[in-house]
Design a protein around this ligand. Sequence first.
Ligand code: MF3
Ligand code: CO
Length: 257
Amino acid sequence: MILKRPSEIEIMAEAAVINREALEAVAAAVRPGVSTLELNAVAEDAILSRGGKPAFKGYRGFPATLCTSVNEVVVHGIPDDLRLSEGDIVSIDIGTFYRGYAADMARTFAVGAISVEAQRLLEATERSLTAGIEAALAGNRLGDVSAAIQGVVESEGFWVIREFVGHGIGREFHEGPEVPNYGRAGTGPVLRPGLVLAIEPMVSQKRTTVSIANDGWTASTADGSLAAHFEHTVAITEDGPRVLTQETGTGGGVHGA
Ligand code: MF3
Ligand code: CO
């Protein structure tokens, strides 16, 4: 695994701020009637206007700035002109390159009012990410992160998607190590300061496999159950996990309430 110098982590933090601000711009546009292509345009403008470059566009042929994954789509949904409806959930995954470094982030949003069960899925998935981040301590092992995520998900009666994992991130969008969202505490490589991880639990309502659509990307639950996805880019430091994608920029916030 590649360890970053403090100066590199500062650049990654800048990439992460651009990425987070772009996701906030998308969040403000999520509503019934908006299309995922419109959300994609919001994200692309926000990244480019801040001097970043969309990381996903062109990555292994992916055609867009965002992955927009609606309802039973777990990840890698391709933006299109279909409009979101009240009651949908939509996972927005966004990546930015800035000065040669990447940031990666995802969040599942409610479109208008959603079912209690869907809300519970979103909250449990976000809480599992928080638990994973809290375990991302120098000296811990990677399996501690994985087990913390799995523990929260399964205690809520939900299912950890196995087919996709988190990853190291830096000059490459995907670096080692892989970060599974299930596993055993006390196993795996030791986490060291300078390691930067994209931690990204994907969770479905029920135990299921994932199937990939003919477009080669769209990954849906085989049983049609809803899925959620939350992701942060996190640097391991001597002082604990530094969540780069939730830091606020030095230039001051642009998004009022
Ligand atoms: N966050 C996703 C990941 O880590 C990024 C999607 S990859 C792309 O795999 F190809 F869709 F860009
Ligand atoms: Co990722």
